[in-house]
Design a protein around this ligand. Structure first.
Ligand code: SAM
Ligand code: SF4
Length: 466
């Protein structure tokens, strides 16, 4: 405990952006209980691991991290200090009691739907170990504290906002419907209030997130369910918001309202993450994706017609049960055909309790070999996309100082990091940048003359970025 009676909290996030958002909300909620967030677990009174269960590797990381934390807890105990260890997130949901059995140093296990109960759980865990992995009926978003202005500023000019959670699609490989529960959309008003608060503290870019974000159907102020496209139109009206994004979408839910949003909203960035998983219809069917590859390509075509500068990224799984060399080649063909600006690719990982885990598995070395081939193809297309940016002028939202003195780093509309020599006063500004060099991980650019003089810093951001 610090001199001021406040305690230190360290939250480590694994996995997706939904976990990053949840980690912030847990920290905001515990701030009201006297916890200040720290960057490292050293000296912390409470450490929360916010875990991911999507693939076996992700879940196993938690246990090795818990081994390290056990030693930290023992060292602290020798100094007469108590460190509390909590496991949150999807591993907590899926393996609550198992964690308690395997990791005796853990004091508290909390599932993703119970974060609003954390303050009470932390109090109770002082005496005995606590597990809460229920799906409560009350809305946790109503009970979680909003971030303070200082916390928003510290987190930067780009923020995530969860608008939808859970999933009813039951793809045969995926644990999300079991760990996050049924699909739920937050009401429009609550989202607008949250984004307005972020904008007032200096946030310029908001990414609306959900496991299945374009299935959004939250209640609008008119008492009817709104689509994601309509929500994006509303959020774009909020003063201070220069850029909008959303992720992750399912091809089945790409409706006309989203098409219209891409066509009509300049703030909506021309970059769409749309997972395909496989180029083979046979595999898509076995995955229960409920669309064909041709239907996916049709969506891409329609989106590109609505927004000609649109770039796409995707997720692919290789070695799904039953995947033949021909099925895999179909995936390679579609990657080359669409020309993705980037993509994530994964070896299929059998997850306990999901239908695909009980199917005939592809040998590990075949999966590894296919993954390598696919990643090489994806990298080639990504490099080609980046090379195509050379000499172009791209709008960059400056986020923070770069590695070198006098340098800032920001993001292009396509989420590429861009390094530019520019004054710190431009943090939080969207500025046209001429791309002069393509690096392996980022682009380099320069400001057109006089940009630095033309743009006055946003008042809220002048100190945030310095
Ligand atoms: N809702 C999104 C969709 O429908 O595409 C995906 C969300 S999931 C959290 C992110 C990605 O993890 C998926 O698109 C998929 O490629 C990958 N993934 C999910 N389960 C997996 C598994 N069992 N093995 C390998 N990759 C998996
Ligand atoms: Fe998982 Fe996405 Fe399928 Fe839902 S739609 S089950 S989150 S992969």
């Amino acid at each position: 405990m610090g001199m001021n009676g406040r305690r230190k909290l360290h939250v480590k996030s694994f996995g997706c952006q939904m976990n990053v958002y949840d980690s912030h909300r847990m920290a905001d909620t515990l701030a009201a209980e006297g916890f200040d967030e720290a960057d490292t677990p050293d000296g912390a009174d409470l450490v929360i691991l916010n875990t991911c269960h999507i693939r076996e590797k992700a879940a196993e990381k938690v246990y090795s991290e818990l081994g390290r934390l056990r030693r930290l807890k023992e060292e602290a105990a020798r100094d007469g200090r108590k460190v509390m260890i909590a496991v949150a997130g999807c591993v907590a949901q899926a393996e609550g009691e198992e964690i308690m059995r395997r990791a005796p140093a853990v004091d508290l296990v909390v599932g993703p739907q119970s974060y609003h109960r954390l303050p009470d759980m932390v109090r109770r865990a002082a005496d005995r170990r606590v597990v809460d992995t229920e799906f409560p009926v009350e809305d946790k978003f109503d009970a979680l504290a909003a971030p303070s202005r200082d916390a928003i500023r510290m987190r930067g000019v780009s923020a995530f906002v969860t608008v939808q959670e859970g999933c009813d699609k039951f793809c045969t490989f995926c644990v999300v419907p079991y760990t996050r529960g049924a699909e739920f959309s937050r009401p429009v008003d609550k989202i607008v209030t949250e984004v307005a608060r972020l904008a007032a503290a200096g946030v310029r870019e908001v990414t609306l997130i959900g496991q299945n974000v374009n299935a959004y159907h939250g209640g609008g102020p008119d008492g009817r369910p709104w689509t994601l496209g309509r929500l994006l139109h509303r959020v774009a009206e909020i003063e201070g918001i220069a850029r909008l994004r959303y992720t992750t979408s399912h091809p089945r839910d790409m409706d006309d309202s989203l098409l219209a949003a891409h066509r009509d909203l300049p703030a909506l960035m021309p970059y769409l993450h749309l997972p395909l998983q496989s180029g083979s219809d046979r595999i898509l069917d076995a995955m229960n994706r409920r669309h064909t590859c041709a239907e996916y390509l049709e969506i891409v075509e329609r989106m590109r017609a609505a927004r000609p500068d649109l770039a796409l990224s995707s997720d692919f799984i290789v070695g799904f049960p039953g995947e033949t060399e021909d099925d895999f080649r179909a995936t390679m063909d579609v990657v080359a055909g669409v020309g993705f600006a980037g993509a994530f690719s994964f070896k299929y990982s059998p997850r306990p309790g999901t239908p695909a885990a009980a199917m005939e598995q592809v040998p590990e070395d075949t999966k590894a070999e296919r993954l390598q081939r696919l990643q090489r193809t994806i990298d080639r297309h990504q490099a080609a996309f980046n090379a195509g940016c050379l000499g172009k002028t791209l709008d960059v939202l400056f986020e923070k100082p770069g590695k070198r003195p006098g340098q800032l780093v920001g993001r292009s509309p396509y989420l590429q990091p861009v390094q530019v020599m520019a004054p710190a006063s431009l943090i939080g500004e969207v500025v046209p940048v001429v791309i002069t060099e393509i690096g392996s991980n980022s682009l380099f650019g320069s400001l057109p003359h006089s940009t630095a003089d033309m743009r006055a810093p946003m008042p809220a951001l002048a100190s945030a970025g310095a």
